[in-house]
Design a protein around this ligand. Structure first.
Ligand code: B3K
Ligand code: ZN
Length: 862
């Protein structure tokens, strides 16, 4: 990494995990008073502080962009110092009350951290370090306080006033036109969980009775007109509350649980105690505007935030290096919930696809970091797929190694031991160990070593002599050149090539660099099924050829392994073609034919199984990414599949056609398969494909079908394309979430002119740089479109860098999240790599760059 950044005196400081020190002062109580106003809000705070241990150090209060008007200790002025966003306050005794008053401007807050305005609402986002933009406070997760909050606001502008915990009092000053409300949260919490919302909102109310008989008032608050779109989120919330009681024994603990949807939000949602704040895209849904994937994501995120009430809020993180303690665990919990609510097999396939699309490249690139990172410049950059999704895989591996009962005992012990505390990933593993008696000492390497391990597996011998040879390679990653072998839980089974029978599945823990395992009574012609259910987040390399993979894709009894065999077969076929080792589509065509024709399979599974691996995924598995060749060869295979199996695609299309919209797993699976079939019919070059798509688009009674058809049209150049895009725009121009789809579908198009089209869309009047959803829907989607983004001219790189620099001036967190695609430069040819590096260098050299973007861009050059 560079030491000096041009335009700045020196690189921003690096925070290290090893340097953790307990807080010098604790804040058991805080009382906050807000005089809310969009352009100038006054915040008064009274902190009861207590010296923590024997020392003479001053109290440190983080304060960012605050106009400090008053600071007194026990009512008296003191000589405080202000150094680099920290107030250092001298205190004589061991206990004191520190009062402050600051002014802030929510309307001028484009970072969307702290208190900000979104569409006339006032709302907050404090995780990770936003509270310091609201009031001076020790802004670290290991300082837990009881909060009392009083808000006063203009009653006409902000008729609803919400905060954490339970409401305790309210009143009004009719003469002044103001009203006030007081909320009290009895559970001590870190300041990152603080929240308030003020605005003109309507509510969907419901109740949930907990298993111990307490009645909880639920509220989902949205803008007028959106109420009808909250039913799905409410159903998901109630299902999550029940599921967490049944599966994890966790009950809700306050009298109210509120959710508010806002249009401008950096992330998906936030688990503030008793007052979750959501990006509206993860709340609002009706069949006309939300796809099945949106519905699923809403249920998953609502559950995720709710589950944080225990895994995150009641038991929180000691420091931000422990982020995966709450995030990995909570992602695992929401994945299990969604699996229980729908198809477990399909959910697992989706989760693995997501891991491979987002986490594997991260782990293989310059931004690779362990699930528990060792250092950071800006913590916002560490809300990553590694911390979240690989973190969830770590929890899942413990679940696999311990088995469900001992895993549950470990969770119970963890919650019992640490309720009300701020703890570490180590504390979680220790609870698992103590409750199960299983030694997890080597397992801890999964938290400290970055990089996706590769497992090489092969069978030797047969019958009683059969052995499984395993080898693991953990690649070097930035700052970690030497790796130790990790315990890798591999679910393994052998299939009998002759009868198709599956011998019992066993769990093998590969915990050495190499192992050879006798398999006992293997069949005479065994076929290896390995990493079943994706039991470990690794890349598996085997010597299984096309015949074995085709056999597994038809016979394996583990649905994930069956899907995986098909993916491997497709991948091998594509990489052979791309690297000039010959084009032989036969095995794939036959395997897809068999899958499509198998009436015993769930259409949702079929839809997953017949999809080719994405262009990016193919690239990730190649020595050098050749985006053009990957695209060409993949399109050729798609065309051949479309053409050779056209009758089957048409049958599938028709079979799942005429149904009226319903929302249930069977109907969802049918819609998914139908859109995929339409895509193959179009790939085959069928003359009627645009008309079919157009008819589906026009007649659709739901967004899944409409968007599916639009996606197919957007990839082509039929006259129907422009008509459909224009019709879609006209119909939904007033709906920001649907307009995001209109931008994305064009940014993801496989057409040759996508780079120009995206640049033009950037100048479209509906493109809003400051809205994170809109920015991601156009620019994030484009950067994920491998061929278009990696256009040999380099215009995609230049466009992305320009956008990052422009966005950084408004919202550094969101800008920084656009950097990683440029960090893949090592994977490309020299010409592209040079162009990508030049853009990263241009970013790093830009004056006034945020530390968020600086960290991502400078490390990406690495
Ligand atoms: N905990 C929040 C993340 C907020 C990130 C801010 N940089 C959402 C979640 O994981 O539930
Ligand atoms: Zn989370």
């Amino acid at each position: 990494m560079m030491d000096i950044r041009p335009g700045h005196l020196s690189a921003p400081p690096v925070i290290r995990r090893e340097e953790y020190r307990a807080p010098e002062w604790l804040v058991p109580e805080i009382a906050l008073e807000f005089e809310l106003d969009g352009s100038r809000t006054i915040v008064r705070a009274a902190l009861t502080v207590e010296r923590n241990g024997e020392h003479k150090l001053p109290l440190h209060l983080d304060a960012k962009d605050l106009d400090l008007r008053r600071l007194v200790v026990d009512g008296k002025p003191v000589n405080y110092r202000f150094e680099q966003d920290v107030l250092k306050v001298p205190i004589d005794g061991d206990r004191a009350v520190v009062e402050t008053e600051v002014a802030i401007s929510p309307a001028a807050n484009t970072q969307l951290m702290g208190l900000y305005e979104s569409g006339g609402l006032l709302c907050t986002q404090c995780e990770a370090e936003g509270f310091r933009r609201i009031t001076p406070f020790p802004d670290r997760p290991d300082v837990l306080s009881r909060y009392r909050v009083r808000m006063t606001a203009d009653e006409a502008l902000y008729p609803v006033l919400l905060a954490n915990g339970d409401p305790v009092a309210q009143g009004k000053d009719a003469a002044a036109g103001t009203h006030w409300a007081e909320w009290h949260d009895p559970f001590p919490k870190p300041c990152y969980l603080f929240a308030l919302v003020a605005g003109d909102l309507v509510v969907n109310r419901d109740t949930f009775v907990t298993r111990s008989g307490r009645s909880v008032q639920l509220g989902i608050w949205v803008r007028d007109g959106d109420l009808a779109k909250t039913e799905h989120a409410m159903a998901a919330l109630k299902a999550s509350m029940k599921w967490d009681e049944e599966v994890f024994g966790r009950e809700y603990d306050l009298d109210v649980f509120n959710i508010v949807a806002v249009a401008d939000f950096n992330f998906g949602a936030m688990e503030n105690k008793g007052l979750n704040i959501f990006n509206s895209r993860y709340i609002l849904a009706d069949p006309d505007t939300a796809t099945d994937a949106d519905y699923d994501a809403i249920a998953g995120v609502v559950a995720h935030e709710y589950f944080h009430n225990w895994s995150g809020n009641r038991v929180t993180c000691r420091d931000w290096f422990q982020l995966s303690l709450k995030e990995g665990f909570t992602v695992f919990r929401d994945q299990q919930f969604s699996a229980d609510m729908g198809s477990r097999a399909v959910k697992r396939i989706e989760d693995v696809r997501m891991l491979r699309a987002a986490q594997f490249p991260e782990d293989a690139g310059p931004l690779a970091h362990p699930v528990r990172p060792d250092s950071y410049i800006e913590i916002s950059n560490f809300y990553t797929a590694t911390v979240y999704n690989k973190g969830a895989e770590l929890i899942r591996m413990m679940h696999t190694i311990l088995g469900p009962d001992r895993f549950r005992a470990g969770c119970d012990l963890y919650f019992e031991r640490h309720d009300g505390q701020a703890v570490t990933c180590e504390d979680f593993v220790k609870a698992m160990e103590d409750a199960s008696g299983v030694d997890l000492s080597r397992f801890r390497l999964w938290y400290s070593q970055a990089g996706t391990p590769t497992v090489r597996a092969s069978l030797a011998g047969s019958g009683a002599e059969a052995r499984l040879r395993l080898e693991q390679i953990v690649p070097p990653t930035p700052g970690q050149s030497d790796k130790q072998p990790m315990p890798i839980p591999l679910k393994v089974a052998l299939l009998d090539r002759d009868s198709g029978d599956v011998a019992d599945e066993r769990l093998i823990i590969l915990d050495q660099a190499r192992m050879e395992i006798p398999l006992g009574d293997a069949p005479q012609r065994p076929v290896l099924s390995i990493n079943r259910d994706f039991s470990a987040p690794v890349v598996v390399e085997t010597d299984r050829g096309a015949a074995d993979l085709a056999f597994l894709s038809a016979q394996d009894d583990d649905p994930f392994a069956r899907y995986e065999a098909m993916q491997q077969l497709m991948l091998d076929t594509l990489t052979a073609a791309i690297s000039g080792r010959g084009v032989d589509h036969e095995a794939v065509v036959e395997a897809v034919r068999r899958t499509l024709a198998d009436p015993s399979l769930d259409p949702a599974f079929v839809a997953e199984a017949v999809l080719l691996p994405s262009e990016t995924f193919v690239g990730d598995r190649m020595e050098r990414v050749d985006p053009e060749a990957i695209h060409r060869r993949r399109e050729a295979l798609r065309a051949e599949l479309g053409h050779r199996l056209e009758t089957l695609w048409r049958d599938a299309y028709a079979a799942h056609g005429a149904n009226r919209y319903e929302y249930n797993p069977a109907a969802k699976g049918a819609r998914r398969l139908r859109s995929i079939a339409l895509g193959y019919i179009a790939a085959a070059g069928a003359e009627d494909a645009p008309a079919l798509a157009r008819a589906q688009f026009d007649r659709a009674d739901n967004m899944t079908d409409r968007q599916g058809a639009l996606g197919v049209l957007a990839n082509g150049d039929s006259p129907e394309r422009e008509v459909a895009l224009a019709a879609f725009y006209d119909r939904y121009r007033g709906n920001a979430l649907v307009l995001d789809k209109w931008f994305s579908v064009q940014a993801l198009s496989t057409r040759d002119d996508t780079p120009e089209a995206v640049e033009a869309l950037f100048r479209h009047p509906d493109f809003i740089l400051g809205n994170p959803n809109r920015l991601r829907s156009l620019v994030g989607a484009f950067a994920a479109n491998q061929r278009a983004f990696h256009d040999a001219s380099g215009r995609g790189y230049r466009f992305l860098a320009d956008t990052i620099l422009a966005a950084d001036k408004l919202n550094s967190q969101t800008a920084a999240r656009l950097v990683p695609p440029l960090g893949r430069w090592r994977r490309f040819d020299e010409a592209r790599a040079k162009l990508m590096r030049a853009e990263l260098e241009r970013i790093v050299a830009a004056p006034g760059l945020s530390k968020d973007v600086f960290e991502q861009a400078s490390k990406s050059l690495g």
